[in-house]
Design a protein around this ligand. Structure first.
Ligand code: F58
Length: 812
């Protein structure tokens, strides 16, 4: 730090004293380097982002000073993904600058909306877990938790999805190509991350790790302002670079590739999110990504702690660390390693400190999704960590033996010595955490009964529930300005900062004039969505039809296939009797399939092939359209969700941990068709049984069928509409006579059907026809829709964050 007498900047430098428009023009010329007459939308977007960022900086520094002064407990949220979406609209909205920005641009003949759309969508996430992390950043800043997000600054992030002849194509996303106006590079913040080598005991008995590879983690900070900008937190993302400089000797010999080898290898760590893991190299890279960002984050938070504390035993009093899934679970041995090897602390005490700070959120019960790493890989890349994991396992085993006579700790330990040996990251995270949480009431209950049954028995107080939530700023105020204005003019604006106020809308469900306005807003949103569909895939849809939407990652348990099969059955029924008074529908899908998930990619192809047949059949024109939108991301969700009438939440009961899309749709006045799974159960309790369409097997029935051995081919034979569709698919009806193309799907449904599409199909069909009938009575439908919006207050991520802060972090 420099020794200066300058404590406070002169007032004239405060960005708030300059009108926003002037600041934009100044940045356009002096930061972007463009003349207003030559500036394109992207330039205006950059200038506005920089002007808004300036306004955030004072609040950001104030927040930092306040946290230091008050010695507030710090919360670190470690996540492999932060699916933050575009930041500019969120920032101007939270900073109260929307009207001023709109005014300035319209004065200059420009449209703010178009400028906002020039911002690329940061491709830093893949699904619900990543979007949850982003909602939590917004809510931590709104509620006033001294929170910091730690993750990876992926150069390409998740792939960009397009379709080639209906097949998913993956291409690298280039979200950083025009720079990133939000981030501050901190070249001075850099930590070494080590891999490989060997461990030796020195003369004093201390373990000394001599790694064979060292990579540097560099920090990039993005300020995250909460509602009204009072509290501004930080998202710190790590980027990898080599610890070695360019090999100048090789370079001068003309060996250019060899000279840069180390840099290329190091930088590959932060190139893409979820590199293919079907090769050994891919798996190693994935492990290294996890270690990379976890270790950098822990080194950084220890460094910050030691700036004004000497005693590391006080760490749990001042610091809480949340592990978002098992991806950062290596934090357990890494924190112990840093304390023992770098700070000379004793092992047992270090483990107790780690266990006092670390908490773990589980997001899945699917056994194959619980990470485990081959012992051989861990031993080769992280020899010191493996020693520590073994010691933790020994300590844990001793604890169990002392507490429970005769209990075998082996099945619960982190290391599974069987089948070549594995490290079970879920078990490691559980053993090393103070608290472990599930993300909906049902999911938490099932965690206790299934994957963590034995660990729950020995630590009955460790598991608790924190049902997910969503930020009402992005997921209502910003994405649905029409509805937000209607709500504000009806009950005032308090709902934005405290969504529980939205219940004041309940009486308006009975008010015809209000319902009509509500309906008019929905129609406008559907028109906007129809235009988007037309521009993305060239399909014309009627905005008065029922918009039925399923948008999420493609996975068998989410059962896009069941939705697709029902669509094909509906097509058959409509075609057989087009004059039967059908409710017109638009079936909309969007979502990416993991690049190596063959069956999920085949499901996409099936939907695209079915869309070709259905959308070109004049017999069902005006009755049915089927749309698969490419490259689903946060920005697409912001258009899709406000335009939905029906939200598809149809996972096999017991498999969707929570879902958060379900909450976004209901808050925006879509009705849910869903199973009793994840947070659907709690949504039903809040919106009321009469305002949601629940069908299908329940979690215990699913489990019984999965274990009892069911006969899907018999169920298909007993369900004529399903039988007809399956026969069509296998006979090449949707594949130009190619009977092989969808064999993978047909065989799976008929022979295994692990995710219970066949037994739920009829109930799903029946409830969809009930929905058709109810949609025709628009007045009753709108009443139900209003009651959905009005009863979703509890699902604010602000409520969730208060839950974490009170029950887990002790940070409010
Ligand atoms: C999701 N998990 C859950 N995982 O599926 C969803 O029910 C829940 O609402 C959400 O978390 C938030 O709690 C999820 O998004 C992943 O994307 C994994 C990332 C690593 C590869 C396997 C999927």
């Amino acid at each position: 730090m420099t020794d200066t007498k300058l404590e406070k900047l002169p007032e004239s430098l405060d960005p708030k004293n300059v009108p926003l428009g002037e600041a934009v023009l100044r940045h356009l010329v002096y930061s972007v380097g463009k003349d207003a007459s030559h500036a394109v939308r992207r330039d205006w977007c950059a200038a506005l982002s920089l002007a808004v960022r300036d306004r955030m900086v004072d609040g950001w520094m104030d927040t930092t000073r306040r946290i230091y002064k008050e010695k507030a407990k710090r919360v670190y949220y470690l996540s492999m993904e932060f699916m933050i979406g575009r930041l500019l609209e969120d920032a101007i909205s939270n900073m109260g600058l929307t009207a001023e920005a709109k005014g300035f641009f319209s004065e200059h003949g420009l449209d703010l909306q178009e400028i906002l759309e020039a911002e690329p969508d940061p491709a830093l996430g893949n699904g619900g877990l990543g979007r949850l992390a982003a909602c939590f950043l917004d809510s931590m800043a709104t509620v006033g938790v001294a929170g910091m997000g730690y993750g990876i600054r992926y150069e390409h992030g998740i792939f960009r999805q397009s379709f080639q002849d209906g097949w998913q194509l993956e291409e690298p996303e280039d979200w950083l190509i025009f720079g990133n106006n939000w981030e501050f590079h901190r070249p001075e913040v850099s930590y070494p991350i080590s891999f490989g080598g060997s461990v030796q005991q020195d003369a004093q008995g201390k373990m000394v790790w001599t790694p064979s590879e060292r990579i540097l983690a560099g920090a990039f900070d993005t300020p995250i302002a909460g509602w009204q900008g009072k509290h501004v937190n930080t998202l710190r993302l790590w980027s990898a670079r080599s610890a070695e400089t360019l090999n100048l000797h090789q370079f001068n010999q003309g060996e250019f590739m060899a000279a840069s080898r180390q840099q290329v290898l190091a930088e590959s760590i932060t190139k893409v999110l979820y590199p293919g893991d079907h090769t050994a190299e891919g798996r190693e890279l994935r492990l290294k990504q996890e270690v990379f960002f976890t270790s950098a984050s822990l080194q950084d938070l220890l460094h910050r702690f030691l700036l004004d504390n000497k005693d590391l035993t006080a760490l749990p009093k001042h610091v809480a660390i949340q592990l978002n899934d098992t991806h950062p679970a290596i934090a357990v041995p890494e924190l112990v390693r840093l304390l023992v090897d770098e700070h000379d602390m004793e092992f047992v005490q270090s483990f107790e400190i780690a266990r006092g700070c670390l908490n773990y959120t589980n997001h899945t019960l699917l056994p194959e999704a619980l990470e485990k790493w081959p012992l051989e890989l861990i031993e080769r890349c992280l020899p010191r960590h493996l020693q520590i994991i073994r010691e933790i396992d020994n300590l844990f085993a001793a604890e169990i033996r002392a507490k429970f006579e005769g209990k075998d700790p082996a099945p619960m330990q982190a290391i599974d010595p069987h089948h070549g040996g594995w490290v079970r990251m879920g078990n490691l995270a559980f053993i090393g955490a103070k608290r472990v949480n599930g993300v909906s009431a049902l999911h938490t209950e099932l965690m206790k009964q299934t994957v963590f049954k034995d660990l729950h028995e020995v630590y009955p107080d460790r598991i608790l529930n924190q049902t997910n939530g969503i930020t009402p700023r992005r997921w209502l105020k910003e994405c649905n300005p029409g509805l937000a204005e209607l709500i504000t003019e009806t009950i005032g604006e308090d709902w934005v900062g405290d969504l529980s106020h939205i219940s004041e809308l309940v009486p308006y469900a009975e008010d015809k004039a209000f319902r009509d306005k509500f309906k008019a807003v929905k129609l406008e949103n559907k028109k906007r969505l129809a235009a988007y569909i037309q521009s993305e895939v060239g399909i014309k849809v009627d905005p008065t039809a029922l918009f039925d939407i399923q948008i999420k990652r493609i996975h068998e348990y989410k059962r896009q296939l069941m939705n697709a099969l029902e669509t094909m059955a509906l097509y058959n029924a409509m075609k057989a009797d087009p004059k039967a008074g059908w409710q017109p529908r638009v079936k909309i899908f969007a979502g990416k399939a993991a690049p190596s998930y063959t069956l999920a990619k085949l499901i996409i192809k099936l939907i695209n092939d079915a869309a070709k047949v259905i959308n070109n059949d004049p017999d069902v024109d005006g009755l049915l359209k089927l749309v698969f939108l490419p490259n689903y991301n946060v920005s697409a969700a912001e258009i899709l969700i406000p335009g939905a009438d029906l939200s598809e939440q149809i996972s096999t009961a017991g498999f969707e941990a929570s879902g958060t899309g379900n909450m976004k749709f209901a808050l925006n006045g879509a009705l849910t068709v869903g199973t009793l799974d994840g947070a659907n159960v709690e949504i039903k309790e809040h919106v009321g049984d009469d305002n949601i369409f629940i069908f299908g097997l329940e979690a215990d029935e699913v489990a019984a069928r999965q274990h009892g051995g069911c006969q899907p081919w018999v169920t298909v034979a007993e369900t004529p509409r399903l039988q007809e569709v399956v026969t069509q698919i296998s006979s090449g009806f949707y594949s130009n006579g190619d009977t092989e193309r969808f064999k993978g799907i047909v065989d799976n449904v008929l022979a295994h059907d692990y995710f219970q599409v066949t037994p739920d199909f009829q109930a799903y069909w029946d409830i969809q026809r009930k929905i058709d009938g109810e949609f025709k009575d628009q007045d009753t439908w709108q009443r139900m829709a209003v009651l959905n919006t009005a009863n979703m207050g509890w699902f604010s991520a602000d409520r969730t964050i208060r839950g974490y802060a009170n029950d887990i972090w002790k940070a409010l």
